[in-house]
Ligand binder design. Structure first.
Ligand SMILES: C[S@@+](CC[C@H](N)C(=O)[O-])C[C@H]1O[C@@H](n2cnc3c(N)ncnc32)[C@H](O)[C@@H]1O
Length: 419
């Protein structure tokens, strides 16, 4: 691992001052990159676009952090892996990687992005995409697929119900594919196209709109999967790694989860849930307000938890006590799994940065991590790197009321080191 260069830290960490070569300018530029977060396309040219995971961070930033703070062959851990951005960039940079998340949907999405699909599997998915164009609701039994209550919620209007039947037909055809890797990629394409059709839209498209989008998306995703496999295999040192992805609560990660061979993580790159901010990681929002668990149905993942499970707190947690208790437990558990000197880089937003940033930093300190401050940023208002996300407003509870807040359009990039 590269020494963490040009940083100041509490005196007991000692070794930071020796290090001369961290390219902070590059890191700063990367922190400001929002191109991926604001991406609007429904097609896909890179595996990063296989799913629009809420609050995903920028691949450019992930790559700059990985290159600055680790070496090829090192192990990178993301204990709140979400849509798998860290894992994809670690894989492309020749680093071994482990990702974990409490959400089975996040695990599915991260697996679909980092799997190395064979040419045969990609060809099968292209052929399946052509077959999809021939799938007709009127030629199929009228019965809708049976769904659990959370999946079905929000899909009861006539237009959404027709899409639900079409998605059910596609799932049947995916189950008949002869290669498990092809099934994984086809299911990922159905998830992506269904997200386009259902999530955050006032009006849902027609069945033929979804059918055409699915066929184009699946074929583009097969191309992206082939390019990704070739790029990963071509990496000179550490080429061909396949990250490990686990469904785990970060408060209870075990050594056997994160240690690969005899190697412990040199770098933790992550983005935990944000204090006081309510992001619907686990639901799609249909026609303005109705929520559906359809992504779990399509991905064939266990569902059944509420918002509080994925955000370390409920809307009722006004004091933030539950959030800070859980995040302390998580970071203490992670601290027990890494060596002294391991670096943590995290991207995090706050409902109320004035109060919550200092509480968060105290939590990291209590868990055994010392903040590293960058002298190059001494002119910045608080000496830290902040990034703005244009147009982002998450829900927060303020004065006892839920409201969308502009404070959530800024995120800090915090750097810590294990004592
Ligand atoms: C901000 S998102 C991560 C986004 C990710 N950096 C990306 O680029 O897609 C935070 C993630 O933390 C997960 N999470 C929440 N509580 C958790 C816990 N106790 N243990 C592990 N993961 C948790 C959520 O399910 C969510 O996927």
């Amino acid at each position: 691992m590269l020494p963490v260069t040009g940083m100041t830290s509490a005196p007991e960490t000692g070794d930071a001052a020796e290090s001369p070569n961290l390219d902070l300018a590059e890191l700063g530029r990367a922190a400001l990159d929002t191109s991926y977060v604001s991406l609007g396309s429904r097609r896909t040219a890179s595996v990063h676009e296989f799913y629009r995971y809420p609050a995903r961070f920028s691949p450019t930033l992930a790559r700059a952090v990985i290159e600055a703070f680790s070496q090829p062959g090192d192990l990178v851990l993301d204990p709140f892996v979400g849509g798998g951005t860290t894992l994809v960039e670690a894989q492309l940079a020749g680093r071994r990687a482990v990702g974990a998340d409490i959400s089975s949907l996040a695990v599915f999405v991260s697996q679909t992005k980092t799997h190395l699909y064979s040419s045969g599997a990609c060809s099968l998915v292209r052929a399946w995409a052509r077959d999809v164009l021939g799938l007709r609701l009127d030629a199929s039994p009228a019965a809708a697929p049976s769904l659990g209550s959370t999946e079905a919620r929000g899909l009861a209007t006539p237009s959404a119900w027709r899409l639900r039947r079409f998605i059910g037909l596609c799932l049947d055809s995916i189950r008949r594919l002869p290669d498990p890797s092809a099934s994984l990629l086809a299911r990922a394409a159905l998830l992506r196209a269904s997200q386009w059709a259902l999530d955050m839209r006032e009006q849902v498209p027609s069945v033929s709109g979804l059918r055409e989008t699915l066929a184009a998306t699946a074929s583009a995703m097969a191309d992206a999967a082939e390019s990704h496999r070739q790029a990963v295999r071509a990496v000179a040192v550490g080429g061909g790694y396949r990250p490990k992805v686990l469904c785990r609560d970060a408060t209870a990660l075990a050594p056997e989860d994160v240690v690969v061979g005899a190697t412990t993580p040199a770098l933790i790159l992550t983005s935990p849930p944000y204090p006081g901010v309510y992001v619907n990681y686990h639901r799609w929002k249909i026609m303005g307000r109705k929520e559906t668990g359809a992504p779990f149905w399509i991905a064939d993942c266990p569902d059944g938890h509420g918002l509080a499970h994925y955000t370390m707190g409920a809307r009722a947690d006004h004091s933030g006590d539950r959030y800070f208790r859980t995040v302390l437990e998580a970071w203490s558990s992670i601290a027990g799994l890494v060596q002294s000197g391991a670096v943590v880089v995290q991207v995090i937003g706050f409902a109320n940065p004035g109060e919550q940033l200092s509480r968060y930093l105290a939590t990291m300190d209590a868990a055994g991590f010392t903040e590293e401050r960058l002298p190059q940023l001494s002119n910045a208002p608080d000496g830290r790197l902040w990034r703005g996300i244009p147009g982002r407003r998450w829900w927060v509870v303020s004065d006892g009321r839920a409201q969308s807040a502009s404070s959530t359009g800024r995120e800090a990039v915090l750097v810590h080191r294990k004592r």
